[in-house]
Design a protein around this ligand. Structure first.
Ligand code: HDE
Length: 700
């Protein structure tokens, strides 16, 4: 167990030192376990409950420096939230290289097999404000800061390998359209509104990404169960100066998994912090989230023969075309000490690269290199944001930058310029081994234009769609219907569907039908040829499901009299599968199982809906089942688990509740005869969901 805050768990409640003041207020006096409370100037405080007044009921005095200092600081606690990716969650860890990549890159972190580099990773949603719910349908940011021995390298990626737009100049428009509409200030953390789909429908380059965001990729079950991508093509440069193109991939060790949309909608109410809590709990429990880093490496010859432009961030290179070479692993093993200091103040920047890595001309990446530096100044308020511990390199660094608001790294001595004449204390000097940009030749006129191949907007969108399993295709169709049903303007709905006709006619027909409209004519494609590319099975989540219940959560609904043996067997089996168990009971104080022992519950039934779990077991006594069938939230618990295609295990005593909840036993509902069935149930759970049920529970 890696418990980062053991002191909190072992904390004794400090009731003993409580004194009541004349007005009944609580005073606690410092003792051997607690230091003296002081002002920011270190002045000991005698009373933190009452401001200084004339008499007990008189006005507050201006001279109350303690009051003024406290309120002043509080008033200025907030900094601007990120203009995008405001809601995020970060953790520390390390990257471990599996092998030396010296053949392709001189980057120090990739030189030695087994080399560990400290990292900080921050995951985020894009559109929602800081307080928005975790299960919004949205792209997830996947940003990793590597504190290498040759400086910080930031790989600021997403959980989707393509982007909406091809040129950074359109980013403000995209984000304005996606976020709350400016007159009304809503909707929050949702793309299901007119402005977003209006923009998408007028920007055919975004259609590939539109397919991705309507897929289950945008509602991950856990941040631990999603992929990450650097998106752009970058360059790796070896010691001889040779350049190799690279696309970066993160592959989750626990496999990919998403929730279903109705589950996401309910999760946002049940636990708006679902993703961050999951990550926090996993790290605290020592079950460290892990990803492998994969590289797609290719050269100019491939770039020339590939049917798309490698500088176009709206396109992927299928894994089947350029295989992924796994080169290391990322392990997150430490939660932050302070959310603000680390997760909020971390400043990622695409421009942070190290010798051995370089940019390409991807116009999106080029624009990002300006934006990320610029935005930190606004957010963090000073060019010295790199002095903050979370942003500072962990290797030695020496610049001649000086002064400015809140600088912490001050120059010593006389010299703050170079070149200079001082042999001793002359300050830092250049090195031939320092960062060098790849000397690419750049012929051409100055023009506002894009590469010709950027204009194929549909071929890869179609490839993505045809690569999905039937269940996933249905989810994509349902997502389009849901989102466009929230669009109030019929012409915008029709314009979106007109693009889908070019992607896949059958999909367009289903979406049009779901919206209750006629199928519009196909949108005029910018590039006449739409290529029928072969499916890429790597693009499907379900086809690549992990066949393991590891890292997942079993929720067991219990009541007084629940079968203690069966409960123990389920707990053991879950543990053997590397899964967690939570007990949900009518009262959080606990329940008395059939062995007469009182066990605590994690959730009261109305606060622990089944959307919080990957599979459920219903372990009730006869009386428990009779009581809970009267309870709407218990019926919802079962009905939702069934509707969300989850595996359900049940004792025969629980039958009345299942019946009331409308459960029709199928291959995903297992009856527990005795303790021996526990392992069989967990085995079933390794399939994660019983998708065959889905068409039977969704008629619209
Ligand atoms: Fe970002 N993006 N972005 N973005 N982005 C920001 O930087 C921007 C893009 C991504 O956890 C901002 O520090 C432009 C692609 C992540 O702190 C800002 C363009 C990808 C994060 C910004 C893009 C991303 C950001 C806001 C179009 C995936 C969160 C706050 C050219 C490869 C990092 C900040 C964190 C954050 C600009 C497009 C990923 C404004 C101009 C493509 C993960 O600088």
């Amino acid at each position: 167990m890696a418990d980062k805050h053991p002191e909190l768990k072992s904390a004794k409640l400090a009731d003993a030192s409580i004194h009541r003041g004349p007005g009944g207020e609580t005073h606690q006096v410092a003792g051997k376990d607690n230091p003296v409370l002081t002002t920011r100037q270190g002045v000991p405080v005698s009373d933190d409950q009452n401001s200084l007044k004339i008499g007990a009921r008189g006005p507050t005095l201006m001279e109350d420096f303690h009051f003024r200092e406290k309120i002043f600081h509080f008033d200025h606690e907030r900094i601007p939230e990120r203009v995008v990716h405001a809601r995020g969650f970060g953790a520390h860890g390390f990257f471990e290289a599996y092998e030396s990549l010296a053949d392709v890159t001189a980057a120090d972190l990739f030189q030695r097999s087994g080399e560990k580099t400290p990292v900080f990773a921050r995951f985020s949603t894009v559109a929602g404000n800081k307080g928005s719910p975790d299960l919004a349908r949205d792209v997830r940011g996947f940003a990793v800061k590597f504190y290498t021995k040759q400086g910080n390298w930031d790989l600021v990626g997403n959980n989707i390998p393509v982007f909406f737009i091809q040129d950074a100049i359109k980013f403000p428009d995209l984000i304005h359209a996606a976020k709350q509409e400016p007159d009304r200030g809503f909707p929050q953390a949702q793309t299901a509104h007119d402005n977003f789909w209006d923009f998408i429908s007028l920007m055919p380059e975004s259609i590939n990404m539109a397919l991705w965001i309507m897929s289950d990729r945008t509602i991950p079950r856990s941040l631990r169960f999603m992929e990450g991508f650097g998106v752009h093509t970058f360059r790796l440069i070896n010691a001889e100066g040779k350049s190799t193109y690279v696309k970066f991939h993160w592959k989750p060790k626990l496999g990919m998994q998403s929730v279903v949309w109705n589950e996401a909608v309910k999760l946002n109410g049940a636990d708006p912090d679902f993703h961050r809590r999951d990550m926090w709990d996993a790290i605290q429990a020592g079950d460290y989230p892990e990803w492998e880093l994969g590289l797609q490496l290719f050269d100019d010859a491939f770039a020339d023969e590939f049917e798309f432009d490698i500088l176009d961030a709206t396109k992927i290179i299928p894994e089947e075309r350029v295989p992924i070479r796994i080169v290391g692993r990322l392990v997150l093993d430490r939660t932050v000490d302070n959310f603000f200091a680390e997760t909020e103040q971390v400043a990622f920047q695409t421009g942070n690269i190290v010798p051995g890595i370089d940019f390409t001309n991807d116009p999106l990446l080029q624009g990002r290199n300006f934006s990320y530096l610029d935005t930190q100044l606004k957010r963090l308020g000073s060019p010295n944001f790199n002095d903050l511990p979370i942003n500072a390199p962990k290797c030695p660094f020496h610049t001649l930058q000086q002064d400015g608001h809140m600088t912490l790294n001050n120059l010593r001595g006389r010299v703050n310029y170079e070149p200079n004449s001082w042999a001793v204390d002359g300050g830092p000097r250049e090195t031939p081994k320092g960062f060098r940009s790849f000397p690419a030749e750049e012929p051409g006129e100055r023009r506002r234009a894009r590469g010709e191949l950027f204009a194929d907007h549909y071929s890869q969108a179609r490839q993505f769609y045809v690569s999905q399993s039937e269940t996933e295709q249905t989810h994509i169709k349902d997502a389009f219907v849901f989102e466009l049903s929230k669009v109030e303007t019929p012409t915008i709905r029709a314009r979106v569907v007109s693009h889908l006709v070019n992607v896949d006619k059958a999909l367009a027909e289903l979406v049009a039908d779901g919206l209750g409209m006629k199928l519009p004519a196909a949108a005029e494609p910018a590039r006449k040829i739409i290529t029928d590319l072969p499916p890429s099975p790597a693009l499907s989540i379900i086809k690549n499901a992990p066949d393991s219940f590891k890292g997942r959560k079993l929720g067991i609904l219990v009541s007084d009299g629940a079968d203690a043996k069966l409960l123990a067997a389920l707990e053991t089996a879950a543990k053997q599968h590397g899964a967690l168990v939570e007990l949900i009971a009518p009262k959080v104080g606990g329940f008395t199982a059939s062995d007469g022992k009182l066990r605590p519950a994690k959730q009261k039934v109305n606060g622990g809906p089944s959307v919080l779990y990957d599979a459920v077991a219903i372990l009730l006594s006869e009386e428990g089942a009779l009581q809970l069938q009267q309870e709407a939230t218990a019926r919802d618990f079962v009905a939702d688990a069934f509707a969300h295609a989850k595996f359900i295990a049940t004792t025969k005593e629980a039958a009345p509740l299942l019946e009331k909840a409308g459960v029709e036993p199928d291959g995903g509902v297992m009856s527990l005869g005795g303790a021996k069935d526990a392992e069989r149930f967990l085995e079933l759970c390794t399939q994660l969901r019983f998708w065959e049920r889905e068409p039977k529970v969704h008629a619209v």
